[in-house]
Write a protein that binds this ligand. Structure first.
Ligand SMILES: [Zn+2]
Ligand SMILES: [Zn+2]
Length: 255
């Protein structure tokens, strides 16, 4: 599996874009960054966008993509997938026609650019060679992570934004996770705000990773607030977790 990092930050600044991970050009996980990264050709290849939760830094790319596709000669329908409360929030607050056109009925109900799809937690769906399963994570709004497995049984788990969780680590454990994308938004000294807002610090991240059995083969730390990048990176290095790294926009990961 090849994943291109279109964005991996916990805020937007020059050189730092919100989370967006592209699997083999066709499947996107979150869309905090998209049309400002991919050209028309790249945008036209996207068929599925899996959303972890409804916060703006994870859904930002949807309206801009829809607006570009409507003017493309050979346009395709894009499926936006998530758990029911997330789909409801997107329908109600992003695509209700008040702040942007409702692309779930444009150009017509039958040929709409966007198709909203509700997923059931713990239920897998197959797209090409991939099996994708949503599992709940704890955040300040309803949120889900995604476990992705290819036909060679290579597996990665993308958490999106998450605080401490137990059940999901138990459910996805027992088999190797070849790659984990996990957040650490705040430095250790901001633990209180991290817990209150459903996020992790390096210290809290270590606790989470120790709950996963077996420990993931490699882990990438995402959603770091760029304002605290240096401190968080130093704190992560002190954890001495094997194959734990930070990411940069534009990186390509082979799993
Ligand atoms: Zn969030
Ligand atoms: Zn976020």
């Amino acid at each position: 599996m090849k994943i291109k990092v279109l964005g991996c930050s916990g805020a937007e600044f020059p050189g730092h874009r919100p989370p967006s991970f592209l699997l083999n050009e066709k499947i996107l996980f979150d869309t905090g960054s998209l049309t400002n990264f991919l050209d028309t050709k790249g945008q036209l290849k996207i068929k599925y966008i899996f959303i972890t939760h409804s916060h703006l830094d994870h859904i930002l790319g949807i309206p801009f993509l829809a607006d570009n596709l409507i003017f493309a000669k050979k346009r395709n329908r894009v499926n936006i997938l998530s758990i029911p409360p997330v789909i409801k929030a997107i329908r109600k607050s992003l695509l209700d026609g008040s702040i942007w056109p409702d692309f779930t009925v444009i150009p017509s109900t039958h040929e709409a650019i966007l198709n909203l799809v509700e997923l059931k937690s713990g239920h897998s769906m197959k797209i090409d060679d991939y099996t994708i399963t949503p599992y709940p994570v704890n955040h300040s709004v309803p949120a889900t992570g995604y476990l992705v497995e290819d036909k060679r049984k290579r597996r990665f788990f993308y958490t999106g934004d998450t605080g401490a969780t137990d059940a999901t680590w138990r459910r996805i454990g027992g088999q190797p996770i070849h790659c984990l994308f996990i957040e650490a938004s705040f430095p250790n000294q901001m633990e209180e705000i991290a817990i209150r807002t459903g996020h992790l610090t390096p210290r809290l991240l270590k606790k989470e990773i120790s709950k996963i059995k077996p420990i993931p083969e490699k882990s990438f730390v995402i959603h770091i607030k760029p304002q605290y990048f240096k401190t968080i990176k130093e704190e992560l290095q002190k954890l001495k977790i094997k194959n734990l790294r930070t990411l940069r926009e534009g990186a390509i990961i082979d799993i």
